[in-house]
Write a protein that binds this ligand. Structure first.
Ligand code: ZN
Length: 405
């Protein structure tokens, strides 16, 4: 917990520490277990009530079961403008599971450990949301020249699902922001591009047989393994021959198989096997073309399978699609981002985000948030107080730009 004593005695070095209002808000948001599979309504309702205390109304858009919601809220400009030329601070409220991870502290408590804050979501990405929300009283006191919007989404971690409804609602209500900041962990650097991601499930139906009589069966695990091996060859080809973009940490498209299930017992030729794989592609690469290549290879395995049983097959289901995102490095939002961070360079990242969806909806977008993606999804997820202080500074510069006084 963030005890007052801990905050009165910051680390011995002169590490900048964010103000208590921001830390308290981070602590509040972390305390809601918003693992993607569960409801996020506790957190969303808390934010709705927090904003309502300042007279700000929230627009909630729900999933089909009304278990989860996005929140969109606008701090209007002093002249009453709520729709045009504003800035969106955008973050997802969901976090990845802590199941099976060894945590030294309670994951759903923001705990100060040395000069780090530890807890699920401290870097990915509740701190950005919290620090933004903590500015509300000050922004309203100073008065805005342009609107400021908060966009909090659900189900980002499982394929950027929720934010699509939020964006559709914002578009339908003719809200036209001039800029969007996605607070994914970027070390408070301005990120202008990320890779796209497509994930798929491949389902292989073979033919069962006694394992003493393998020629009478079609071994689904064996067939699936051949497709997985093909994916491995694709991955190697990208690694060796590109195309390359050196601005990315992993400067080429990657192909990866992450889950595989098959078979029931060793003495049965397995009838079923399925596995999940993904492409994380450069924005210039067309993922449809990549999938078509995999399907073409799979088709070459079919004649041998059908010779045993015409009912055997290899099928592909798309699990998720996040488009690649490439903003223009010299555009206005990138320039603003550089001013607000006080940095000169822009970067590109390998992980996907909601940036592509805002960008494709016509909202100029960058990614900029505290912490490092390397700490995201890990046990003992942490962010340094220094990064949080940099985020605070960013918000203050943003406020100076947006505020009348
Ligand atoms: Zn994230």
């Amino acid at each position: 917990m963030l005890s007052a004593a801990a905050l009165m005695n910051p680390p011995a070095t002169a590490t900048p520490v964010p103000p208590i209002e921001s830390l308290e808000l981070i602590r509040t948001l972390i305390a809601y277990d918003t693992t993607s599979r569960d409801s996020n309504l506790g957190l969303i309702h808390w934010v709705r009530d927090y904003l309502a205390r300042y007279g700000i109304a929230s627009q909630l858009t729900y999933d089909d079961e009304r278990r989860k919601a996005n929140l969109f809220a606008t701090l209007p400009a002093q002249d009453g403008n709520e729709t045009t030329g504003g800035v969106v601070l955008s973050g997802h409220t969901d976090v990845v599971p802590v199941d099976g991870q060894a945590w030294d502290t309670a994951p759903f408590e923001a705990t100060l450990v040395g000069d780090r804050l530890q807890g699920r979501g401290v870097t990915d990405m509740k701190s950005f949301c919290a620090i933004g929300l903590a500015q509300v009283p000050e922004l309203l006191r100073r008065g805005l020249r342009r609107p400021l919007h908060f966009a909090l989404s659900y189900d980002e971690e499982v394929g950027c699902i929720g934010v699509r409804r939020l964006i559709a609602d914002v578009t339908a209500r003719q809200i036209r922001p001039a800029a969007c900041i996605i607070g994914e962990p970027s070390g408070m650097r301005v990120v202008v591009a990320h890779k796209g991601k497509r994930s798929y499930r491949c389902r292989v139906r073979g033919h069962e047989a006694h394992s003493a009589l393998t020629p009478l069966g079609v071994n689904a695990i064996q067939v699936a393994s051949e497709v997985v091996a093909f994916l491995g060859r694709m991955a190697r080809q990208f690694r060796e021959r590109g195309p390359f973009d050196a601005a990315y940490e992993v400067p080429y498209t990657t192909v990866h198989t992450g889950v595989m299930h098959g078979g029931t017992a060793l003495n049965i030729v397995p009838r079923d096997c399925r596995f999940d794989f993904e492409f994380r592609h450069l924005p210039s690469e067309n993922p449809e073309v990549l999938l078509a290549e995999v399907k073409r290879f799979a088709a070459t395995l079919l004649p041998e399978m059908h010779a045993i049983d015409s009912g055997t097959h290899i099928e592909f289901d798309q699990l998720s699609a996040t488009p690649g995102f490439e903003s223009h490095q010299g555009n206005d939002v990138a320039e603003l981002g550089k001013q607000w961070t006080g940095t000169r360079d822009v970067g590109k990242v390998s992980f996907g985000s909601e940036a592509a969806l805002f960008h494709n909806a016509g909202v100029p977008t960058i990614i900029c948030g505290p912490g490092n993606i390397a700490q995201a999804h890990q046990p003992n997820e942490w962010v340094t107080l220094e990064q949080l202080a940099l985020c605070e500074k960013f918000m203050r510069r943003l406020a100076d730009d947006l505020c009348a006084a």
